[in-house]
Design a protein around this ligand. Sequence first.
Ligand code: 13P
Length: 280
Amino acid sequence: MGLITLQEILKVEEGSAVAAVGTTDYLMAEAILSAAEEAGSPVIIMIGSLIHKPYAPYVIPAIAGRCRASTIPAALHLDHGTSIEAAERAIRYGCSSVMFDGSALPIDENIALTNRVVEFSRAAGVSVEAEIGHVSGPEGTTGKGMPDSAKYTRVEDAVRFADSTQIDALAVAFGTVHGLFREEPKLDFDRLEAISKAVDLPLVLHGSTGLPADDIRHTISLGVKKVNIFTGLMIAAGAAAGDMYNSGERRYPGLTQAAFAAAVGFVKEQLTICNTTGTV
Ligand code: 13P
């Protein structure tokens, strides 16, 4: 089935969403794909900080090659690209989808830059996700964040953004944070529902780490089609490597194997929450 675009992969049954899982290297990408292949589920692999590493020109094409060879549908997506140049590079290295994150910019500027990204991405057959409102938080770390309700997505902004761009998916803010929550999450489901009714686009949930599975399922029932997860995976894999070290293992392959196995288990759980296990 192999590498497909975000626009194609998000066409899943009502009541389902596609898990979009972040990686920092090749091995974690392999774990994510292995989990999806074992589960018989589509999956989106997201690269974030990897795009800025000196080895990006070698590792990202390798991940794209692995996606092309996969037995399940897979999309390779740049997460939170904040510059035109990062999006261009991601496409050159083989991504089938890019996020342009102009959520910190005034809306007019966000629309203008998003449209530039859409133009060259379309020409390359690549999908585009953008964000309106802003999901903050200490992604990928063990720091704890709080959502800022002043930055939640306004329905009228989502409508204007959707009408002024030709994006394939829209990331919205309604109470999640990237990374761990400082307090129990309280999502604004009414806002999500209103956006979903007003905008004819697949919606993206950023900041799944720390959310109860039932909350994630509820967002899916309200129109979320892409569920982003990263920090929880990093912590689960790191903890497994730490446990292995504490049990006396001192060799690098022994530690990475433990992290790999934990990552496969973690991703399978996310696929089940997203309701795509056994669908391909
Ligand atoms: P978490 O790190 O909270 O899982 O969020 C990931 C994310 O939304 C990436 O864009």
